[in-house]
Write a protein that binds this ligand. Structure first.
Ligand code: NDP
Ligand code: OXD
Length: 310
């Protein structure tokens, strides 16, 4: 039986990936949602979110491929152990994330947000400039993205520390691991970058206690998920002056509702979940390579440990 893959997503991406698949693996049968002649033939779904009732409808489903790096939208813990959950691992995703975090850290470090306000007031008022090594950037999550972001920031001369679940040894990065080390990690971060996956353990991790553990005047960059942040705690700490700025790319509700207080807050810089988007051409190669591994009974790149949630 040929492998049948069902793609659900934007048409241009589907066409690009279908063409790449047909060229490399002509035996694969490619379907595009919602055109599914036989539900029981679907072996794998490639999507950002599952179609309604997918798990009961596609009775022979064996794998779900996320079109992005994150998989929290599939509630991994609730999936049957017979189904492989595979996230998108593509160097182009890390490349984009590095440029976003570089932009956000440099904007904070070089006081861009202060000067933007001064320009509005037509005020000429130079501020003292710290050297990069005097600024410690802490990265929550040292996986595919956090690791590369940490190395990039270290290359720019920042002092970098990182926090993960398991111990790491990275050149020029001070590493911390486990829940017990979180307060010590946070206490030295002038800028905190969240690059964690959203799991039962990490939901709400950016809260009053953790953000208060940052030094006074610290700033936050959240490129993980909106569910990591307790929004009211961030607002309270920005308003009482403990935190300086927040650069937010992800939100509990996306698109961010027009009435949301974040939009008009002078200490919050918002981007619409664009820190890193999957690029069709490069991701096509990763998808094809993974389907080849699957057909050869090899482990695929980005297979998720559903019990851990990432
Ligand atoms: P990885 O799975 O490669 O890395 C996750 C990291 O988080 C690992 O270092 C892991 O530790 C650490 N971690 C997980 N749980 C815990 C915990 N409970 N305590 C401490 N550390 C923990 O993920 P990626 O780097 O590829 O991606 C991270 C996230 O970035 C994605 O899940 C997604 O939510 C977000 N993202 C956002 C984008 C955007 O545009 N804003 C784009 C792409 C991704 P360990 O190494 O020990 O396992
Ligand atoms: C992703 C994302 O997970 O875009 O890839 O957030």
């Amino acid at each position: 039986m040929p492998l049948t893959l069902l793609y659900k997503g934007p048409a241009a991406r589907g066409e690009c990936w279908q063409t790449a698949m047909a060229k490399a693996l002509p035996e694969v049968n490619w379907l595009t949602w919602p055109d599914v002649p036989d539900d029981s033939a679907v072996d794998g779904i490639i999507t950002w979110t599952l179609p309604e009732n997918a798990l009961s409808r596609f009775t022979n489903l064996k794998a779900i491929f996320s079109v992005g790096a994150g998989v929290d939208q599939f509630s991994p813990a609730s999936l049957s152990s017979d189904i492989k959950l595979v996230r998108m691992v593509d160097p182009a995703i890390a490349q984009q994330m590095k440029t976003y975090v570089a932009y956000a850290v440099l904007m904070l470090h070089r006081q861009h947000l202060d000067y933007a306000q001064e320009q509005q007031r037509k005020t000429w008022s130079p501020l003292p400039v710290a050297l990069p090594h005097e600024c410690t950037v802490g990265i929550l999550g040292l996986g595919n993205l956090g690791n590369e972001v940490a190395t990039m920031l270290s290359g720019l001369g920042f002092t970098v520390r990182g926090w993960s679940r398991s111990a790491k040894n990275l050149p020029k990065i001070t590493t911390f691991h486990g829940e017990e080390s979180l307060p010590a990690f946070l206490s030295g971060c002038h800028v905190l970058v969240c690059l964690l996956p959203l799991t039962e353990q990490t939901r709400g991790i950016l809260n009053h206690d953790t953000l208060s553990a940052l030094p006074a005047g610290a700033s936050l960059i959240n490129t993980g998920r909106g569910g990591h942040l307790v929004e009211k705690d961030l607002l309270a700490l920005l308003d009482n002056g403990h935190l300086n700025y927040a650069v937010l790319d992800v939100f509990e509700q996306e698109p961010l509702p027009e009435s949301h207080p974040f939009w008009a807050h002078p200490k919050i810089h918002i981007t619409p979940h664009i820190a890193s988007s999957t690029s069709n051409d490069t991701a096509a190669l990763q998808l094809v390579a993974n389907i080849k591994r699957w057909l050869n009974d090899e482990a695929m790149e980005g297979e998720v440990d559903c019990r851990q949630g990432y």
